[in-house]
Design a protein around this ligand. Structure first.
Ligand code: SAM
Length: 333
């Protein structure tokens, strides 16, 4: 294996470029240029900002390969700048929406590293999930980011032990606006689905189910997943959810799934657990919510504490899939 090039600390620690990109997106600079406002004065007027500072900011981005300045004070789009017109890039970078929450959350990293708990409330006054409930426009951009516009159509390509034939009902716990459940139902035509998420997110599910052609097999329940879950389903799916919570809440959520699944159901975890020995990485969702991706050994301990035992675990296509069932001594009697 070739040795990586020596890291350049100065460019790695320079915050100028990421902030210029966020501000350019928030001001809609690429859109204004695409609409013909290519000279700095009309561009600044269209974006309602200071022309001299905007000129410096765009000059910096040009030096980094985003936008071109064919003559002093006139800007055009290059391929990188055109990427900023993509709705997914816009949602992730717009400081007025979830992009701003993610950007400013990095300022709380010191607290997270020192204490192991999210410092998000230090900047926004409340923990992340409560902050979303208090700010509907930010919440809408979060839903869009994790939905089809942002992260794309989720993959339902994963197998479960014994196959899908015996599964009649799936509950997607914390399934957002229903994109994953819709894909599961499209892939398994005999399955019915129940989405559980906060009322705001499930309010959009009907449209998602209709456009996927699965509305006749899907329902949605707007409630906290810490409250009792719909019972007696064959499979409780947690995709990209358990990693959002510290151990205490993650165990409570697993216990809740175990209670609903009883002895006949199973709990399937995606995007939250990986094999032992996998390199550790920091991601922005950890900083936002103080959650963690767990190794399978760590997860086995958490599952045991929650009345579940891991019955299968392994990498399949896009996912590391973990299946659990109520342990002989735990869950619903
Ligand atoms: C990272 S998203 C994952 C969404 C979806 N499972 C996916 O894979 O795209 C986490 C989800 O948990 C939901 N959530 C957070 N707290 C919740 C709660 N107390 N009750 C129900 N849903 C909750 C959020 O609304 C969000 O949809």
């Amino acid at each position: 294996m070739s040795k990586p090039e020596r890291a350049d600390l100065e460019s790695l620690s320079d915050l100028c470029t990421p902030w210029c990109l966020h501000v350019a997106v928030t001001l809609g600079i690429a859109e204004h240029i695409a609409a013909g406002h290519d000279r700095i004065e009309p561009l600044a007027a269209a974006a309602q900002c200071d022309a001299r500072v905007l000129h410096c900011m765009l000059g910096h981005l040009v030096s980094k390969g985003v936008f071109e300045e064919p003559e002093l004070g006139r800007f055009t789009l290059n391929d990188a700048a055109r990427d900023l017109l993509n709705p997914a890039a816009r949602i992730g970078l717009d400081l007025d929406g979830i992009g701003g929450r993610m950007a400013f959350a990095w300022g709380t990293l010191l607290t997270f590293v020192r204490t192991g708990a999210s410092g998000y409330h230090e900047v926004f006054g409340r923990p992340f999930w409560e902050d979303l409930e208090a700010h509907p426009a930010v919440a809408a951009s979060f839903d869009a980011l994790i939905g089809a516009v942002g992260h794309g159509t989720p993959s339902a390509e994963f197998q479960i032990s014994g196959g899908w034939d015996s599964v009649k009902t799936v509950v997607d716990v914390g399934g957002g606006t229903g994109g994953m459940l819709a894909e599961v139902l499209r892939a398994h035509l005999h399955v019915r689905g129940i989405l559980v998420d906060v009322p705001r997110a499930v309010a959009q599910a009907d449209e998602v189910f209709q456009s996927a052609g699965v509305a006749d097999r899907a329902t949605a329940v707007g409630r906290s997943f810490f409250d009792p879950l719909p019972g007696d389903a064959d499979l409780y799916l947690l995709r990209g959810v358990l990693n959002n919570w510290p151990d205490r809440e993650a165990a409570a959520l697993l216990r809740n799934c175990a209670r609903a699944a009883g002895t006949s159901g199973r709990v399937v975890i995606l995007k939250s657990v990986g094999p032992d020995g996998e390199p550790r990485r920091l991601t922005v969702d950890m900083v936002l919510v103080g959650g963690r991706h767990r190794s399978i050994s760590e997860f086995r301990d958490l599952a045991r504490e929650s009345g579940l035992e891991v019955t299968a675990a392994g990498k399949q296509s896009a996912y590391y899939v973990v299946e659990c069932r109520v342990a002989a001594s735990g869950g619903k009697s």
